[in-house]
Design a protein around this ligand. Sequence first.
Ligand code: SF4
Ligand code: SF4
Ligand code: SF4
Ligand code: FES
Length: 512
Amino acid sequence: MSVEVPHDATVLQAARKLGIDLPAMCSLADHDPNTSCMCCLVRVDGSDSFVPSCATNVREGMQVESETREVHALRKTGIELLLADHAGDCHAPCQNTCPAKMDIPNMLRLVADGDYLAALATVKRDIALPAILGRVCPEVCEQACRRGQHDSPAAICKIKRFVADRDLESSDPYRPELSTDSGKRVAIVGAGPTGLTAAYHLRQCGHRCTLIDSAASAGGRLQSDFASELPADVLQAEVSAVLSLDVDCQWNQGLASAASLDVLLRDYDAVLLATGRGTPGPDVLLDVERTKSGLRVDAHTRMTSREGLFAAGNAVRPYKLVVQSVAEGKLAAECIDGWLRGALPPDRRHAYETRLARLTNQELCDFCDGAVPTPRVDGRLLSDGASEDAARSEAERCLECDCRALASCLLHHYASMYDCDAQHYRGEGRRFEGRLVGNRVTLEQGKCILCGICVQLAAETSDAAGLAVVHRGVDTRLAPPPGSTIDEALGSAASKCAEACPTGAIITAAGR
Ligand code: SF4
Ligand code: SF4
Ligand code: SF4
Ligand code: FES
């Protein structure tokens, strides 16, 4: 590939013009290069050595090697060295533990702010049936809640139930946006939690859905196994919310024979078997391979051995928790949507993830610094007819363990792209070092990669005291000058620094 750029352009700028995403984390446009991350390396004109593309100017006819195995290996080493000295949680422990991976800290922030509709929309991105789960889920996420290490976990499940109930009781319950009609049709056999969830997400992708069940109504095991915890009106309301997305229904109809499956596969573009424990035997699912526990599916695509036939939930293997069935339904919907669009299945390789080790008592004290001291609200106050006051004061107990910069963090982006192993050079590793909380921004030193960008920005701002680089070697840290706060150190450059910081080390109160 060749490219024309101004004579004073850098190799990095030329690469970007070609659409090449180089792991450049310490360079700021219109500023001198810092060359501190050393991750943007390229080889020039077949030389034995490698140079940082951000600090190398182009020359007429220059040959630059960027996307070769050798260059990539070097960049990967550079990123892994940064990770070796990085301490943070990309996702909060509660979210990592939730089988549906719901964005719990964001839901709690929105409830604490009184924005219940946005909180519900956050929940419903991952959980189609939150009022039901708010009653039948054994609160698995709360077992991992960091606040539990301090006093008692945030009442995540009850707060989810609060926003879901509030919505169901409103005159205009939440309705997700549906994409324009894709022209594709999906038959979902089984209208339990997996099938209902799959229909909820597939409708949002614009695919027509038909739910087929041998029972006279939707619900599956929610009707039979949870009669004592789950009032019929709650089940009914949340099922109706799914069906109201123009989902076609065929009740009192099972998969009775191999011929009926053939008809479905002929009449629909895809078929999902979400038949739960009552999955038909080999006499009906003739060509479908099985494992000891259920139907065999490709781990990546969720397709069975028959083209266009997918399976999920208890049809594949026993899932005791309803939240696992809900997670399965969403995953199956993503796979079917990808297949119908001719796209690759969703990439579920483990995306890069930094996690803090279990906090020591001192780290926990630092982590909880500034947290509201109130004890967990009595569960009864958060059950039927919970008050806003109770829900908000419980939500305020959240320690906000997630990294607010995740969506824009370059370190996370390139660590995923280069398939990095955070442990490769880790050794003792770095621990949580507290936060310098200012009125404008917060600095979390454990997430700083010493790129130098904020130092540059503060240095050119007249009302900023500037940042100092203190200690040496592995202990090198960035800090405000002695006696100054982080606000004073960054002055009016504070929000610019947060925006330019390549990681979540500097964030504004709004999260970036
Ligand atoms: S700064 Fe980036 S890599 Fe570090 S915890 Fe935040 S998102 Fe993850
Ligand atoms: S304190 Fe909040 S963000 Fe942290 S684990 Fe608990 S609920 Fe999640
Ligand atoms: S805090 Fe400053 S030096 Fe550290 S990563 Fe962010 S911008 Fe770079
Ligand atoms: S060394 Fe080039 S961007 Fe960091």
